[in-house]
Design a protein around this ligand. Structure first.
Ligand SMILES: NC(=O)c1ccc[n+]([C@@H]2O[C@H](COP(=O)([O-])OP(=O)(O)OC[C@H]3O[C@@H](n4cnc5c(N)ncnc54)[C@H](OP(=O)(O)O)[C@@H]3O)[C@@H](O)[C@H]2O)c1
Length: 280
């Protein structure tokens, strides 16, 4: 059976349809790879559950247990601090044929295996919110029993954008920081960019447009030149002793790289902390 045919035979359920759960579901549906009829959702707050079910035209299920019963693939879109409480009491509802995908930041594969011992095919999946426009970088780590199903898993995750298989642990943590939190970090830079333009008399809307287009242009040029290094691309826009060179010299003197590195490390530590709290 072709990969998309396998996916078509599966019922896919989301426990927790917050920001990320909805982004993932949107990518599944928009790609045409998953049909709405095959999706089930459950959520703690009923009002949100019904709103999301109506918006996405998918079927809501009143309890997490019922969702597990009805689905072949169960996606855990719950925050790490709520995950144990939500899943531990119903963990025996899972059986060895279930495919469980956890989106929870910081929660390791081994913690998930301890939490759901009856499931054998467990994946830790880390997309970013660009999943909703199908431009996510999605890292995943999987238990060995997932090996035979990885072709269709990658097809499914590929609906969100680029898929990167990683080892659980430091590699997953780095992807979480650089790609998931990374979206937030880039917005921080974009805010400075925009404010600088505004301080120089450019109205807010135009300043935002200029900022967004500059970031998008840089990313797009890198994207269409996969064989050109980022250093080379930078060299191409930097003439000797020119304007760009002056700015770059200052950035290097001020050790922007060091600042970013420290911030990335702090974020990594928080990711570790979240995982440790979960294990307690
Ligand atoms: N946002 C990101 O960019 C991003 C990126 C990568 C990974 N993640 C991970 O994705 C997960 C979700 O994050 P988020 O930003 O989507 O959070 P969120 O918007 O707060 O969504 C979490 C959802 O889980 C629901 N929930 C909580 N306890 C539940 C339970 N016992 N049963 C059923 N549903 C329950 C919540 O319901 P109510 O609030 O409606 O009660 C909420 O809708 C987190 O683990 C986070 O670490 C997020």
């Amino acid at each position: 059976m072709a990969k998309h045919e396998i996916i078509n035979t599966l019922k896919i359920g989301f426990i927790g349809v917050g920001n990320l759960g909805q982004a993932v579901m949107k990518a599944f549906i928009d790609s045409g790879v998953v049909s709405r009829e095959n999706i089930r959702i459950a959520n703690r707050t009923e009002r949100k559950l019904e709103r999301v079910a109506a918006e996405f035209q998918v079927r809501s299920v009143p309890t997490n247990e019922q969702l597990i019963d009805e689905c072949d693939v169960v996606i855990l879109g719950i925050k790490p601090q709520d995950l144990y409480q939500a899943i531990e009491p119903i963990s025996s509802s899972f059986h060895s044929d279930h495919v469980v995908m956890s989106l929870a930041a910081g929660v390791s594969l081994s913690s998930l295996q301890k939490l759901i011992p009856s499931a054998e095919k467990i994946l830790r999946v880390m997309p970013n919110t660009a999943a909703k426009i199908r431009r996510s970088v999605t890292a995943y780590a999987a238990t060995p029993k997932c090996q035979p199903i990885l072709p269709w898993i990658e097809e499914l995750l590929g609906t969100m954008g680029v898929v990167v298989p990683v080892e659980d642990g430091e590699m997953m943590q780095s992807l979480t920081v650089a790609a998931s939190s990374g979206i937030g970090f880039l917005y921080e830079l974009m805010i400075y960019w925009k404010e600088w333009l505004e301080e120089r008399g450019i109205d807010s809307d135009t300043a935002k447009k200029i900022t967004v287009q500059t970031f998008a242009g840089a990313a797009a040029m890198a994207e269409i030149a996969p064989d050109t290094s980022l250093d080379e691309l930078q060299r191409k826009v930097t003439s000797l002793k020119g304007v760009t060179a002056a700015g770059l010299d200052s950035m290097r003197e001020l050790e922007i790289e060091r600042t970013l590195r420290i911030s990335f490390e702090k974020a990594s530590m928080r990711d570790k902390e979240l995982g440790q709290n979960f294990n307690k």
